[in-house]
Design a protein around this ligand. Structure first.
Ligand SMILES: C[S@@+](CC[C@H](N)C(=O)[O-])C[C@H]1O[C@@H](n2cnc3c(N)ncnc32)[C@H](O)[C@@H]1O
Length: 243
C-alpha cells in the first residue's frame, strides 16, 4: 500500500506538512469522531504522567492544535508547544485562553520549529511529551533522542501514539478499521480520505509501543513502561531520564 502523504526519506517532512495544512481546521472534530472522544482521556493521562506542577517547565512536541500543551498548562507548568505546521499552530493560538486566569495557570507559548532539532539547551524541561507525533517524523529515533536531551535529569518523557495490538485477531480488526472506516470518515467530514489513510501507512513504518520502549531502554531511561490502551490499539510510553 502507498499513500500520497507518505514518502520515506528527505521529502517526508514536506509531505507531512502538506497533510496537516490540509486538515488543520477539521483536525479536532475528526479526532473526536474517530476516537469517540476518547483521545481527550488519553491526553489527560499523558498530562498526569508528566506530573508537572507550578514552577515546572514542560515541552509538548508536535503539539498540533495544543490539547496536551493545554492539559499541562492547566496543571500550572510553564509550557512550550512546538510544531512545524503554521496551520496547526494557528488553531492552537486561537484556543490559547486559559478559562480561569485566577487559577494561576498560564497559557502555553507556541513555537514553530522542528521536533528533530529542538531549539533548547540540554536539561531544560521537567517533562517532555509528544502525542501522535513521533510516528510522523522522518526519524522518530532522532525525535526521542532530542526529547531525552532537553529533559532534566529525573524529567519524564511521555509518548502517546497509535499502537500495534499483540493479539493477532484484534490487530487485524483494528488495522481494518484504520484501512476502511477512518479514511471514510476523513472523506466525509474533511473531504480528504488520503490524509486519514496515512495513519495506517505511517503506523506500518513505525515500531510503535515495543520499539519506543526498546529505544527508551537504550537511552538508559529508568522506570520505562508501556501503558496499552484499548488492547494496545493506542499506547503510552513512559520513561524518566536517569538522575
Ligand atoms: C497527529 S498531529 C498531533 C497533534 C497533537 N499532538 C495531538 O495529539 O492532537 C501531528 C503533529 O506533528 C507535527 N509534526 C510533524 N512532523 C514534525 C516535525 N518534524 N517537527 C515538528 N512538528 C511536526 C504536525 O505538524 C502535526 O501538528
Amino acid at each position: 500500500m502507498s499513500n500520497v502523504f507518505y514518502i520515506p526519506g528527505e521529502q517526508r517532512a514536506a509531505k507531512v506538512n502538506d497533510l496537516f495544512a490540509a486538515i488543520a481546521r477539521r483536525y479536532d472534530l475528526l479526532n473526536d469522531l474517530q476516537s469517540f472522544g476518547l483521545h481527550r482521556q488519553w491526553k489527560r493521562r499523558v498530562a498526569e504522567l508528566a506530573a508537572v506542577q507550578p514552577g515546572h517547565r514542560a515541552l509538548d512536541l508536535c503539539c498540533g492544535t495544543g490539547d496536551i500543551a493545554f492539559a499541562l498548562a492547566r496543571r500550572g507548568a510553564a509550557v512550550t508547544g512546538l510544531d512545524f505546521s503554521p496551520s496547526m499552530l494557528d488553531v492552537a493560538e486561537s484556543r490559547n485562553k486559559i478559562p480561569d486566569p485566577k487559577s494561576g495557570a498560564r497559557n502555553p507559548t507556541f513555537i514553530q520549529d522542528d521536533a528533530q532539532q529542538i531549539p533548547f539547551s540540554d536539561g531544560t524541561f521537567d517533562a517532555v511529551t509528544v502525542g501522535y507525533g513521533l510516528r510522523n517524523l522522518t526519524s522518530w529515533e532522532k525525535g526521542l533522542d532530542e526529547m531525552h536531551r532537553v529533559a532534566k535529569p529525573g524529567g519524564r518523557l511521555v509518548v502517546l501514539d497509535f499502537g500495534k495490538p499483540a493479539n493477532d485477531l484484534w490487530r487485524k480488526i483494528y488495522f481494518g478499521h484504520l484501512r476502511r472506516s477512518v479514511p471514510f470518515i476523513g472523506r466525509l467530514f474533511c473531504g480528504n480520505a488520503d490524509a486519514y489513510a496515512y495513519i495506517l501507512e505511517s503506523l506500518k513504518h513505525y515500531p510503535a509501543q515495543l520499539g519506543v520502549a526498546e529505544k527508551m531502554r537504550e537511552l538508559k531511561l529508568v522506570n520505562v513502561r508501556v501503558i496499552n490502551l484499548l488492547g494496545g490499539a493506542m499506547a503510552i510510553n513512559y520513561g524518566e531520564k536517569a538522575a
